[in-house]
Design a protein around this ligand. Structure first.
Ligand SMILES: [Zn+2]
Length: 213
């Protein structure tokens, strides 16, 4: 015996789905979601939240803005859940019965928003089997001061200009060891395909979207 299968895997015809938008899809927070939704076979009426860099997570069953939170979960088929990012990390959680999305900058990661989203899905009877992290500012660019660095001793890096940085995706991976963890997309600040707050996109946001078929 050479090893054990560490994680149960989602079946090929899994119900939970995800996608991450890019700059070419436009600003999906305040802009028009219709064409993006059409392209992905989604209802253009999404469930979202007023993101506040915290760790509150809402269970939702209807579209609309659900209030102040940074995570959403649902077991309702056909309801897209979305968080919006430009450097922060968007994570989609998939299970056999539920889906969740979380918005995580360094404050949200530190506050435990990823673990809170996972726990809410467990409460819905759908413990996540898989987390998919979208594009976010990388350790190549996410320069931080000591007050931030001190919170992430396991996930420090070095920017391309030689200063201390934090690896948000690496920190997320270290916090979600009880499921498979995948990444899609690169560094938002040094790749023009993405919006980047630190690179001047003060209002435009990309979307991390999860739904159940
Ligand atoms: Zn970079």
């Amino acid at each position: 015996m050479t090893g054990t299968l560490r994680f149960r895997v989602l079946s090929r015809d899994k119900l939970a789905q995800h996608t991450f938008s890019a700059a070419e899809d436009g600003d999906l927070r305040s802009g028009d979601r219709f064409s993006f939704s059409l392209g992905h076979g989604l209802n253009p009426a999404w469930a979202t939240v007023e993101q506040v860099h915290g760790s509150d997570v809402l269970v939702v069953s209807e579209p609309g803005v659900g209030g102040e939170a940074d995570g959403l979960v649902t077991a309702t088929p056909g309801l897209p859940l979305a968080v919006f990012t430009a450097d922060c990390l968007g994570v989609v959680f998939e299970s056999e019965r539920a889906v969740g999305v979380a918005h995580a900058g360094w404050r949200g990661l530190d506050a435990g928003v990823l673990e809170a989203t996972r726990d809410r899905m467990v409460g819905l009877g759908g413990a996540p089997l898989r987390a998919i992290a979208g594009p976010a500012i990388g350790p190549c660019c996410f320069e931080v001061g000591p007050e931030v660095a001190d919170r992430f001793p396991r996930s420090l890096g070095t920017t391309s200009w030689g200063t201390v940085s934090v690896d948000l995706v690496g920190e997320a991976r270290r916090r979600l060891t009880d499921m498979s963890f995948e990444t899609e997309g690169g560094c938002t600040r040094c790749d023009d395909r993405y919006f980047s707050f630190r690179n001047g996109d003060r209002t435009k946001r990309m979307a991390a979207v999860g739904w159940i078929r």
